[in-house]
Design a protein around this ligand. Sequence first.
Ligand SMILES: [Zn+2]
Length: 234
Amino acid sequence: MGTEMSGGLSTLHSLLLQLAEAESRLADGPRMIGVAERQIVAVEQQIEKQKQAIKDARKSADDINLKLKTKESEILKLEGQLNVASSNKEYEIIRNQIANAKKDRGEIEEQGLLALEAVDTANGKMKELDAELQKRKQQLQTIRNGFENDKPQLQAGVQSLQQQIAEAEKVIPGNQIATWQRLRAAHGPGALSPLEDDFCKECSTRVTNQDQVRLRTGEFLCCRDCGRALYSPG
Ligand SMILES: [Zn+2]
């Protein structure tokens, strides 16, 4: 058999649970905006690193190009010397030097191709990062718009629940209000615990026969073990 007290506390419990849910939905928006903002900062940092990587790759390609030019002018010089060689022996020496220099040039050209590929790869990565940044900025805007759109309704819901809770709290006797306020501040919706069979749902302690009688007569009573305000549901 339900009393006014247990019915009132049951309603209060349900309202407190709804309030916690509504407040958590209201907090979700700023939390998700914060996450999206941090993701953008992370991509921006990657972009700064990538700018440096591109610079390094270009510098490396330029250095190799310079080495190639130096090697080519060395070959031209040697070919000039070959034409004015004064002996067969000198001619052979210069020819060997030219062959070696051409071999070096081949290696430098290969390095140059690899360096240009590295520049292309670095530029490609930068394009991907730019696209990702744009995508994340759009996502942030979508989240912001969605939250701005839902916020008034969520706030109105919280306000309405707070009013209903203030009304429902009137069931609590005046001399227990301070106890109740402490409980609610500490546990939120968990300040109330329904009886399940003869047990406190919160701490699973059996409620004494004496306390069960007091609950049935509509007293405001806290669990002797966990301190939650007890009520008989249903
Ligand atoms: Zn308990």
